[in-house]
Design a protein around this ligand. Structure first.
Ligand SMILES: Cc1cc2nc3c(=O)[nH]c(=O)nc-3n(C[C@H](O)[C@H](O)[C@H](O)COP(=O)(O)O)c2cc1C
Length: 419
């Protein structure tokens, strides 16, 4: 019984302690809650928000410090800034609003928070994805323009028309005389006939080189002039000024007969006086046994800034009148090659001069100089395409001269300078 009584007493003490403690604390709370604040401070005191953003207004302090911090929130303009009873302000649209924070214990105790709501910054124009490339038409390169230039003896003899009439029916038999009526009836020669057909196949026109002083009618007399005057003396016959605007052409079909191993020298005059730089040259010839001889090399040397095709057309003078189909086939093939041909950039005067400078101090044969520098271009007088004055030891190139000194037997040259 004693034990039971003691346990009962212990329980009663604990219970009374719990009750006392509970009462004590609740009475404190009740006491504090009951205390009215005289002033409240909130934070933040003002805020600027952009639409969609939010901020929480909290009671920072109250006076007296132990007064109730319980507050109510109210917005002056809910459409601009709404506020929850936990003090969360939500910015809704551009404008101004005031959030009034009022003590729950005293309606007179308030704090105001000015809220400015700004519109959302305008969305930056989104970086446009690269516009889809407009489908390009497959680039068809502009077809290059071609012109057929030729020299033919039949158009360069005195009174050609009269002469051809005098030949009568013998014209065909006289093709070596190079005086043939073209299909148009005009007087021309073998290369003139070829030129006409090439132009027809290309759909372009021809330009005929004419000397100012025509050669004699008889072939033999012309041969004598060429051999005994022009080639020996290195003279160049004058030619009529070119009437074509060559700048508009990219490809030049260049026809000429073989006159003792080279083109008629009137062609050199023409090339000296007209600029074919950057153009593609397609040579063709009507000859009598010797084909081009050295003409391609000579042309390459004289036209260092052009692309001279090597597989030119060669038609024996006896086959000229039957050559139309051959020409059509050749034009179809060579015109594609000519479209794609590029002039050799190394074959420029500047490039040649640089190559020449590298030879200074060396002792070389003329052939070695030409091999290193390239063929001479402008005033070609020999079939090597290089003008070389052995006595002075000078190699004449267009735009510069290689000065050299011949060794004792004159077969080798000490390269002194390039200027
Ligand atoms: C002055 C002269 C020299 C010639 N020398 C050669 C020659 O060395 N080799 C050759 O195959 N034909 C030579 N021929 C022939 C021409 O090349 C040939 O007859 C050519 O077809 C003429 O073309 P044309 O009528 O257009 O002038 C020579 C003709 C002349 C007038």
């Amino acid at each position: 019984m004693k034990a039971d009584a003691r346990a009962l007493i212990r329980r009663a003490v604990i219970l009374s302690l719990v009750i006392m403690t509970t009462f004590m604390f609740s009475s404190i709370d009740t006491f504090a809650a009951a205390k009215k604040p005289v002033k409240i401070k909130v934070t933040p005191r003002q805020a600027t928000l952009t639409v969609g953003k939010q901020v929480r207004i909290k009671v920072k302090s109250v006076k007296p410090a132990k007064a109730s911090k319980a507050v109510k929130y109210k917005s002056s303009n809910k459409k601009v800034a709404a506020v929850t009873q936990k003090g969360v302000v939500k910015a809704r649209k551009k404008g101004n609003a005031v959030i009034t924070v009022t003590s729950k214990k005293s309606k007179k105790v308030k704090a105001k928070v000015k809220i400015t709501v700004k519109a959302k910054p305008k969305a930056k124009p989104q970086a446009q994805p690269n516009p889809a490339p407009t489908p390009q038409k497959p680039q068809t390169p502009t077809p290059k323009k071609s012109l057929v230039i030729y020299f033919s003896r039949g158009e360069n003899i005195l009174n050609a028309s009269e002469y051809s009439k005098s030949l009568g029916d013998d014209i065909d038999a006289m093709t070596s005389a190079s005086v043939l009526p073209a299909e148009s009836g005009a007087i021309t020669g073998n290369n003139g006939i070829l030129a006409g057909w090439i132009a027809e196949a290309l759909g372009t026109k021809t330009y005929s080189i004419h000397v100012k002083n025509p050669y004699p009618q008889l072939k033999k007399e012309t041969q004598q002039i060429v051999l005994n005057q022009e080639q020996i003396n290195g003279t160049l016959p004058e030619v009529e000024a070119c009437t074509e605007d060559l700048s508009q052409y990219d490809i030049i079909y260049l026809g000429f007969p073989n006159w003792y191993g080279e083109p008629p020298r009137a062609l050199y005059t023409f090339l000296n006086e007209n600029n074919l730089d950057g153009k593609t040259i397609v040579p063709f010839t009507s000859h009598d046994r010797n084909g081009f001889s050295d003409s391609i090399q000579i042309l390459k040397a004289k036209l260092p800034n052009s692309a001279v095709l090597e597989d030119g057309l060669i038609v024996d003078r006896k086959n000229v009148m039957d050559a139309k189909n051959v020409i059509l086939e050749w034009v179809a093939k060579v015109s594609k090659e000519a479209e794609n041909a590029k002039s050799n950039p190394l074959a420029t005067v500047a490039g040649q001069k640089e190559a020449a400078k590298k030879l200074i101090g060396q002792t070389l044969t003329k052939e070695e100089v030409i091999a290193a520098v390239g063929q001479y271009t402008k005033f070609v007088t020999d079939t090597n395409g290089c003008t070389h004055d052995i006595e002075s030891g000078r190699f004449y190139y267009p735009g510069f001269v290689i000065y050299s000194r011949a060794d004792e037997d004159g077969s080798r040259f000490v390269i002194l300078s390039v200027d």
